[in-house]
Design a protein around this ligand. Structure first.
Ligand code: AMP
Ligand code: ZN
Ligand code: FE
Ligand code: FE
Length: 283
């Protein structure tokens, strides 16, 4: 089984690379991409962690672009984590995440919900390459007793229109695609069914986007089929994965589709095409 979308403790996943490798192996995943938000910090440990299980690791990332004040996630695969332009770009992304978390904490404070910001920032600063985000704030709200679960914290405080919402600034999709290409990677639009910018996909494809993540737990079968067809039409590749963040029973998705490991996988033919494209990019 091939799962090309997972998160670790380097961003907002609950499992460290070794625990993730073990969990993946247990459900039958044999090719695994780690796609943390704006960091490749887990990849070195993951390379070691997969060895005892005979799992093939694909170097990955999920980068947050911003279009019209809305987040657009772009996945990168087969990239060189040592790429200098990528490293500089990601350092800026993580710095802006820290700024944003500070802003969110100020708003929570103003609403009588102080969280232990120094603890969150200490974690982000002490572990090189660790990327912070709203899930860490959500967990702090739960610890402080202001929310019953991560999901509830998002709904009550952290989503657009809620009291602690802070708009994000960031690079457009075209720039993210370029940085991924500079690192010899393949760029795929993450969960287009959640992002809901189908109107922009043709333009992004013209700007070099390589693939669409047709298979995702929050895509109904009809949506997967639609994005697969759109990819074919535009000459794009197809990616897919579970978007696993570690078991969080409290997390109930809108469509009731848990992001469990092994729940969504990528057909082997699609993976072979991705790999061929990646090899061509390096040649
Ligand atoms: P950030 O990187 O700070 O924008 O946080 C985005 C991350 O928060 C996503 O990648 C998800 O892991 C998580 N997330 C987004 N929306 C929700 C939600 N409604 N409930 C729980 N987690 C969410
Ligand atoms: Zn996430
Ligand atoms: Fe995402
Ligand atoms: Fe993700």
């Amino acid at each position: 089984m091939i799962d090309l979308h997972t998160h670790t403790t380097a961003s907002d996943g609950r499992l460290a690379p070794d625990a993730l490798a073990r969990a993946a192996w247990e459900v039958g995943v044999r090719t695994l991409a780690i796609t943390d938000h704006d960091t490749t910090a887990a990849i070195a440990a993951a390379r070691q962690a997969v060895i005892p299980y005979g799992i093939r690791l694909v170097e990955g990332i999920e980068i947050t672009a911003v279009e019209a004040q809305r987040d657009v996630h772009v996945l990168g695969y087969f990239l060189d984590p040592g790429s200098a332009p990528l490293g500089r770009f990601l350092a800026r992304q993580r710095a802006s995440r820290i700024d944003r978390v500070r802003g969110i904490a100020e708003r929570l404070d103003a609403h009588g919900r102080p969280i232990d910001l120094s603890r969150l920032l200490r974690d982000a600063v002490m572990q090189p390459g660790r990327s912070i985000g709203r899930p860490a704030v959500a967990d702090a709200l739960v610890r402080a007793g202001y929310a019953a679960s991560r999901q509830q914290a998002f709904e009550d405080w952290l989503l657009p229109g809620r009291p602690a919402w802070v708009p994000r600034t960031g690079p457009p999709v075209e720039e993210v695609v370029q940085v991924i290409h500079e690192a010899f990677g393949i760029a795929s639009l993450a969960h287009p069914g959640l992002t809901q910018r189908d109107d922009a996909i043709t333009g992004w494809a013209a700007a070099g986007l390589d693939a669409l993540e047709a298979h995702h737990p929050e895509h109904a079968p009809a949506a997967s089929a639609r994005y697969s067809a759109l990819a074919r039409e535009l000459g794009l590749l197809v990616t897919g994965g579970s978007d696993f963040h570690g078991e969080d029973p409290a997390r109930v998705n809108p469509g009731g589709r848990p992001r469990a490991l092994g729940r969504v996988w990528l057909p082997a033919d699609d993976f072979d095409r991705l790999e061929t494209a990646a090899m061509a990019r390096r040649a």
